[in-house]
Design a binder for this molecule. Structure first.
Ligand SMILES: Cc1ncc(COP(=O)(O)O)c(C=O)c1O
Length: 391
């Protein structure tokens, strides 16, 4: 029995994942496996520290100190051999927020920003909402794996005079952990053409055996000078509701532009609960995370076997990282709308629609397995019965 087997009732807990079904027109009894948070309690030391703060009882304006920075610094040094400096750090209430700030700080309306679809939907949303031109370097899908089309990557940059590239590494939803070679190749092209890179590394801590997360900014000094690295404890320790992320920008000119835009947004200080949770998680969360990674790998292995034995029509793209599984359901022969409806009404599963990730998402669904294995098992059985009912 693992601590992650505990089923915690999230109903009526202000949970986006669980409590918003009705107003989104979703049936009540579906299993929510969509938005990327987990159904696990945060590490105990984090809960204890938050408890202590509640008992202290004062929640005035708050800021971080050396202890906060040292906790993050040590995490990066231990896990990724990356050495970060205090002046590089800019705190924001979220990574999507930081991407929006980066777009406004580093590009003008109408200028081109490139992403790689299928990808986490807010990437395109931030580009379009900020009235920049959306350029897509489509990921190439062959034999159930995804590769970067580097020729197209450079051509798009040249043709559209791309100013900023928003990278997702590890990649949500296709589960790739880009290799040093792939990152270096993309990085060199960006350096050659003076393209800034906003590297969203929020899933960096979820990497499975045989793969390694490379911090893009660490690969070369010229690359570091053009890159903003977006990190957060929110996915790693399930703290998304506490709204804290840490953006590292080593180039002082870019950092100043980013800070100016941040100030213009009116945002100042993070929430005190977010600050202390982040600090404690990075200080004391190593063992919890290591156990979680083993648990998630076990769930993926169980589901792999189950799908091949019971639902061979649905193929899981083998995840190298993240707790989000990208399922190729194209063999079911359903249209995008039919597939979404099938998952909700027939299988009783609330997943993320493949089409929400942009080009290349048709025929796919994303399943969040950051939950007790018993829930994944129930979901798989429901899915198997639903697929059988199609024939
Ligand atoms: C790639 C990626 N970036 C950013 C986020 C959201 O980050 P935040 O809640 O800090 O805005 C997610 C959440 O799913 C994500 O998958």
């Amino acid at each position: 029995m693992s601590i992650f087997d505990e089923v915690v009732d999230r109903n009526n807990s202000n949970s986006l994942k669980y409590d918003t079904a009705r107003y989104r027109g979703i049936p009540d009894d579906v299993l929510p496996m969509w938005v990327a948070d987990m159904d696990f309690k945060a590490p105990q030391p984090v809960l204890d520290r938050l408890d202590e703060k509640v008992r202290h009882g004062i929640f005035g304006y708050s800021d971080s100190d050396d202890r906060y920075f040292n906790a993050i610094k040590n995490w990066y040094a231990d896990r990724f051999s990356w050495s970060v400096k205090p002046e590089w750090l800019v705190k924001t209430p979220g990574v999507v927020f930081a991407i929006g700030i980066a777009i406004r700080a580093l590009t003008n309306p109408g200028q081109a920003v490139m992403i790689q679809q299928p990808v986490y939907a807010p990437f395109s949303g931030m580009v379009k909402k900020n009235k920049r031109q959306l350029i897509v370097n489509q990921l190439a899908y062959h034999n159930q794996t995804y590769q970067i089309d580097l020729d197209d990557f450079e051509k798009q940059i040249i043709r559209h005079q791309v100013k900023l590239f928003v990278l997702c590494n590890p990649h949500n939803p296709v589960g790739r952990v880009w290799t040093k070679e792939e990152l270096t190749a993309m990085g060199e092209i960006c350096v050659r053409h003076g393209v800034y890179i906003c590297s969203d590394e929020i899933h960096q801590d979820f990497v499975y055996a045989g793969h390694k997360h490379e911090v893009l900014a660490q690969l070369s000094e010229p690359l570091a000078q053009q890159t903003l690295t977006c990190t957060a404890p929110s996915k790693t320790f399930n703290l998304a509701g506490l709204q804290v992320s840490n953006i590292f920008i080593s180039n002082s000119h870019i950092r100043q532009k980013f800070k100016n835009e941040l100030r213009a947004s009116g945002y100042g200080l993070l929430s005190v609960m977010g600050l202390i949770a982040c600090e404690t998680a990075y200080e004391q969360g190593q063992a919890w995370l290591d156990e979680l990674l083993v648990y998630l790998a076990g769930t993926i292995s169980w589901l792999n076997t189950y799908l091949s034995q019971h639902i061979p029509q649905i193929r899981m793209i083998q995840p190298e990282g993240t707790y989000l599984l990208w399922l190729d359901c194209s063999q079911l022969g359903l249209s995008a709308v039919e597939l979404d409806q099938f998952m909700l009404s027939k299988a009783g599963l609330w997943l993320s629609a493949g089409t929400s990730f942009g080009q290349g998402g048709k025929g796919f669904q994303r399943m969040n397995i950051g939950c007790p294995r018993s829930m994944v098992q129930k979901a798989a059985q429901q899915l198997s019965e639903a697929v059988r009912s199609l024939s």
